[in-house]
Structures are given as structure tokens and as C-alpha cells.
Design a protein around this ligand. Structure first.
Ligand SMILES: NC(=O)c1ccc[n+]([C@@H]2O[C@H](COP(=O)([O-])OP(=O)(O)OC[C@H]3O[C@@H](n4cnc5c(N)ncnc54)[C@H](O)[C@@H]3O)[C@@H](O)[C@H]2O)c1
Length: 361
């Protein structure tokens, strides 16, 4: 399926994009199962409306793969395991492939002991935290997932980029198969990739609330100026604090590279040495089965019962915007910015892969 809307986007079914991602990755030497993990997780982000961490990221991975910056066949190895604690070495494999292994270990350990703390060093970008948080939550665990990222953000009161946009995701198990709460966020006001997505859509301006600074450190709403500048920590110094927490859980515990020990992203052939942390907690170790899930629903109901503030129709809880997008995009398809798609078709032509039908129209 493919259709053109207002000439700015081209729309595809999730299946068509998954297949395309898989083909691009296998052409670059990735095994079929590994390509599937990467493609499926990226397209899932697009379905959820998180276009910053959808197929847009694949172009960056392809750049790294072509520059020899990723150890393509590696899925990493266990460095140490001690009770509920496991340290993994990603051996510079694809971030999603490493994270698949780490989350499998977290599920195995937490099923036995009620909790698992799995950390990995020497990984790569793992996409949206929600994919991993949801995987653990589907198995009945309260999941906490963090990653560090290449330096792009100045700490509060600083000017030099030191920290990454270090994501934090917290996911919870649910009773009804649908979610009641899923927090998945950058520790900057928004993910950096939102800016690239806006640029791909030819949007000259971005919302002030996105908190971008221009090259002179001044707040800006101009897309081009923000691309030369940097994002700001969420909530000022508190955001820098949470970014450091993500850094310590991921790289601090795994012994991986921290902050400026990582290279600046998108440099091609250098290993990035990114670290992640996956914590799984079994609520049944505290409460009878189903009780925690019910309490999550109760809490969400209480929050949503707030009278909407002027200008709003309702109160949302984290996760709701993405589940709504998923429902809509599963029916209507995923709109891909035409500018981004043109870049994909150029890469596909170089690699001898045929893009989904009608994409170049
Ligand atoms: N791998 C990496 O290095 C990396 C780095 C940074 C971010 N990311 C990913 O980027 C993605 C996007 O991050 P972001 O911070 O731009 O997301 P965002 O700002 O769009 O949303 C953050 C959270 O706020 C919730 N939310 C949004 N609107 C809401 C509302 N009106 N009421 C209540 N809750 C609301 C969302 O459900 C989500 O849980 C995430 O998937 C994150 O994991 C990855």
C-alpha cells in the first residue's frame, strides 16, 4: 500500500516498511533474524507515532554499517552473571540485537528470582526504549530501561555538550492486553530526532516547548537554527540529574564509556560504545497476581479524573498518545516524509534493493 498526501509524505503499510528495512539490512550482511529485530522495532516506533526513532534511524545505522562501524554478526556475550545481576558485552553489535539478548536474560533471571538487573557496554543505538520496556512488561514485569547516548546536550548552566539525550523508559504489565501507562522519554525536552523529522517535513519552525537553542545558545523556534544548536535538558537541572542517573545505570554499572568518553554520533566508522540498563521487577513478589496491574489502572484513572485545564479536552497519561497513533496508523498506514523517502530510495538503489511499490511517486 502506498499513497501520497499533500506531497510531503508517502504512506506505507507497516508490513511494507518492515520488509524494506529487512532487505536493506540483509544486503549489508546482517542475518535475517537480526535484520528482523531491527526493522520490526523501528517500524513499531513509527506505528506509535514516534517518528524520531522509526525508520529515520535506519539511515544512520546504514551509514555506520557501510563505514564498518558495527560488528555485524555479533550478538554480544555474557561477561558475568551473579544471582540477579548480569553484565553483558555488546561487542559492538547492532544495539537492537544486543538489547534483544539482554532482555531475554532479564526475563530468564527475573522469572527465577523476581528481579533482574542486566547492563551492557559496547553496544549501539537501541532505538526507542519502549520496545524493550514493553517486551519486559508483556512478561509481567515492571520494567526500567535506560541508555546513554553520544554527547549532544550541555548540562544545566553549561555550554559544552557533555551528556547524551539519555532515554528513560518505565513500562508496567497490564491486565487487559492494552496499556494503562508507558513512560518513554528522552531526558532532553524532546528527542533530537524530532528535529530531523521536522526538517524532513520541510517545517521551517518548531514549537518553543521543544526547548532548542541556536548556535549562540539562544532559544530558537527556527528548525535550521536549532539544527546548528543543541537541545536542552528536560526541566533544567533536574533533567541533567536524570540524564546522569541514566548514564550511571547504563555505563556506570556496566563499566562502559560515559558522557564524553563516547564519540560524537554519526561519525561513521568509530565504534560508539553505548551502554544500556534493563531492570525487570516481578510485582507478584509483593502482591497477589493482578493486584499491581489493577493499581496501575486505578492510578491512571485517578490522574485522568482531573478536570482538564483551560485549552484542553482531557488529561492523558503517558503512553496514550502513542497507543492512539498505533491504532490509527495500523489502519491508515505510516506517513513517511517524502524528503526522507528520497534518501531511502537513493540508498536502496545503491544497494540494489527495490523500495515498496509507488514509493518514488
Ligand atoms: N536510543 C536513544 O539513544 C534515545 C535517546 C533519546 C530518546 N530516545 C527515544 O526517543 C523517543 C521519543 O522521546 P521524547 O522524549 O521525544 O518523547 P515525547 O516527548 O513525545 O513523549 C515522552 C513521554 O510523554 C508522554 N506524553 C506525551 N504527551 C503527553 C501528554 N499530553 N500527557 C501525558 N503524557 C504525555 C508520552 O506518552 C511519552 O511516554 C522515546 O522512544 C525514547 O526512548 C532514544
Amino acid at each position: 500500500m502506498s499513497s501520497v498526501s499533500e506531497n510531503l509524505t508517502v504512506t506505507f503499510s507497516a508490513d511494507a516498511l518492515r520488509d524494506f528495512c529487512r532487505q536493506l539490512l540483509t544486503t549489508l550482511g546482517t542475518s535475517e533474524p537480526h535484520a528482523r529485530i531491527v526493522g520490526d522495532s523501528l517500524v513499531a516506533a513509527n506505528l506509535r507515532g514516534v517518528d524520531s526513532h522509526g525508520i529515520q534511524m535506519l539511515l544512520v545505522y546504514i551509514q555506520q554499517l557501510r563505514a564498518g562501524g558495527i560488528n555485524v554478526p555479533s550478538a554480544g556475550r555474557v561477561e558475568s552473571e551473579d544471582g540477579v545481576f548480569l553484565r553483558y558485552n555488546g561487542e559492538n553489535g547492532l544495539g537492537q540485537v544486543v538489547s534483544e539478548q539482554c532482555t531475554d536474560h532479564a526475563i530468564r533471571i527475573a522469572k527465577q528470582h523476581g528481579i533482574a538487573v542486566v547492563v551492557t557496554n559496547h553496544s549501539n543505538h537501541f532505538g526507542a526504549g519502549a520496545w524493550w520496556g514493553e517486551k519486559l512488561a508483556r512478561e509481567g514485569f515492571l520494567a526500567i530501561v535506560t541508555s546513554n547516548a553520544c554527547p549532544a546536550v550541555a548540562p544545566w548552566q553549561g555550554e559544552t555538550p557533555i551528556l547524551g539525550t539519555n532515554p528513560l523508559c518505565v513500562a508496567v504489565p497490564r491486565l487487559d492486553g492494552r496499556g494503562r501507562w508507558l513512560l518513554d522519554m528522552a531526558t532532553t525536552t524532546v528527542a533530537l530526532g524530532k528535529l530531523s523529522h521536522a526538517a524532513h517535513l520541510n517545517q521551517a519552525t518548531i514549537p518553543r516547548e521543544w526547548g532548542f537553542l541556536d548556535a549562540n545558545g539562544q532559544p530558537t523556534t527556527e528548525t535550521a537554527a536549532a539544527q546548528k544548536g543543541k537541545p536542552t535538558p528536560i526541566g533544567g537541572y533536574k533533567g541533567t540529574g536524570i540524564a546522569m542517573l541514566a548514564e550511571l545505570l547504563s555505563a556506570g554499572l556496566s563499566g562502559g564509556n560515559m558522557a564524553t568518553e563516547l564519540p560524537v554520533y554519526r561519525t561513521g566508522g568509530d565504534p560508539l560504545g553505548i551502554s544500556h540498563c534493563f531492570i525487570a521487577i516481578d510485582p507478584k513478589r509483593f502482591l497477589p497476581p493482578g493486584q499491581f496491574e489493577k493499581r496501575v489502572g486505578d492510578l491512571a484513572d485517578m490522574v485522568k479524573a482531573s478536570k482538564p485545564a483551560p485549552g484542553y479536552d482531557e488529561v492523558l497519561v503517558a503512553g496514550e498518545p502513542e497507543w492512539r497513533s498505533e491504532e490509527q496508523r495500523l489502519k491508515a498506514g505510516i506517513p513517511v516524509p517524502r524528503k526522507l523517502w528520497e534518501r531511502f530510495t537513493a540508498v536502496a538503489a545503491e544497494l540494489g534493493v527495490t523500495p515498496p511499490a509507488g514509493a518514488a511517486s
